[in-house]
Design a protein around this ligand. Structure first.
Ligand SMILES: NC(=O)c1ccc[n+]([C@@H]2O[C@H](COP(=O)([O-])OP(=O)(O)OC[C@H]3O[C@@H](n4cnc5c(N)ncnc54)[C@H](OP(=O)(O)O)[C@@H]3O)[C@@H](O)[C@H]2O)c1
Length: 348
């Protein structure tokens, strides 16, 4: 029997959606080899990607191979089913094809975890079909753990419950994003539902709300401004950034610290074993060694748990929450966005 995922997944995962034209103009020239090498040096042993993230799987696969680090010492996650912004295919044939392609791109003969990607864009029946296929691939040894990812936390919780009810087997993991940050803590509202649905680990991705909670505003890469936050929310974040700057800090550092600390504690019940404690998992994205170093600096500060550091971050965190005001605190943008029409794919 495989160990449960909470005993093998590390509490900090490096996301590589940034190795894509959505976040960057030239992902091939980010210096991924150096970023991944540095990640290992700094103690990160878990990586997340997706075929939806353009060249990310290829760049990450090459960088992991170039690092020379042994495959069984790191945890590798990818996804399947999302092909383009409005194109999805959760059919068994596509899922199998996608997994074989991911294995090839990531230069490995097994994937630690695969998520059905952005489940709110398809039907529950599609999700059930994809999860069933992923579990078959797990039984063949290609995958170790199976989960779902997406944005609206109610949908994630509902699908986790229905998967348990229909298959009598819980999901190993759920990935939520931008929903446990200084802007929104909606993920916290459904934690108990995940526990009841037997989900072992809920991963909290995008601690900066996909780059929203940072000094310079949302990232814009070669694909233009993809961020779904409306103007008012962007302005609230800008105001928060200015207020934090007046206190001598940067919004990204305050936001990272706050989420890592708060979810580490409040997400522990659906977290991973970290020494003798359980800790909620954070999945953060970086585009440079400098950002990675900053992430680890923040991680260490939180792990050391120095009272003055934690108090300072509480104070600055409160300031940011105040700037969100009633309108933007826990605001959830529409996903799928307005006008989206689900087109069921042809069987391939
Ligand atoms: N649907 C899903 O399943 C889903 C959705 C979202 C995320 N995820 C996963 O979660 C991972 C993390 O999400 P994310 O990439 O959106 O994370 P994030 O940490 O919320 O945002 C990343 C963005 O913040 C910027 N950033 C990071 N550290 C910074 C720093 N120290 N200073 C200034 N800017 C900084 C990055 O900068 P640059 O401008 O330099 O790139 C990037 O634009 C993804 O990579 C992906 O693996 C999954």
């Amino acid at each position: 029997m495989a160990p449960t995922i909470d005993t093998v997944l590390p509490p900090l995962v490096l996301g590589t959606a940034t190795f894509n034209h959505q976040y960057n103009h030239n992902p091939e020239n980010l210096g991924a080899d150096a970023i991944i090498k540095k990640a290992f040096e700094l103690g990160i042993h878990a990586f997340d990607t997706s075929p939806y993230y353009g060249p990310s799987e290829i760049i990450l696969g090459q960088a992991l191979a170039n690092s020379g680090v042994k495959r069984d010492t790191y945890f590798l996650t990818t996804k399947c089913g999302r092909i383009a912004a409005e194109e999805f295919n959760y059919t068994p044939a596509w899922v199998r094809k996608s997994i074989d392609r991911s294995l090839e791109r990531l230069k490995t003969d097994y994937l630690d975890l695969v998520f059905a990607h952005d489940v709110e864009f398809v039907t529950y029946e599609d999700v059930l079909a994809a999860v069933t296929t992923l579990r078959e691939l797990r039984d063949q040894g290609k995958i170790r753990y199976v989960g779902i990812s997406g944005y609206p936390v109610e949908t994630l919780a509902e699908y986790a419950e229905r998967i348990l009810e229909d298959t009598k087997e819980p999901l190993d993991s759920v990935m939520s994003y931008a929903n446990y940050t200084l802007q929104s803590t909606k993920l916290g509202d459904v934690v108990e539902r995940f526990v009841k649905a037997g989900v072992k680990v809920v991963q909290n991705a995008s601690p900066l709300g996909m780059g929203l909670l940072r000094q310079q505003g949302v990232p814009v890469g070669a694909m233009g401004d993809f961020h779904p936050a409306p103007e008012g929310l962007r302005q609230a974040c800008k105001d928060a950034a200015e207020a934090v700057q007046e206190k001598g800090e940067r919004l990204e550092k305050v936001a990272l610290r706050w989420t890592i600390e708060d979810w580490g504690r409040n997400g522990a019940v659906v977290g991973v074993q970290d020494g003798d404690k359980k800790r909620g998992v954070s999945v953060a994205g970086c585009s440079s060694e400098k950002e990675l170093e900053e992430l680890i600096e923040v991680w260490k500060e939180v792990m050391e748990g120095k009272t003055e550091v934690l108090q300072e971050l509480r104070n600055l965190g409160d300031l940011v929450i105040e700037k969100m005001g009633k309108t933007w605190k826990d605001y959830e943008w529409a996903s799928p966005g307005e006008g989206y029409v689900y087109k069921k794919p042809e069987e391939i």
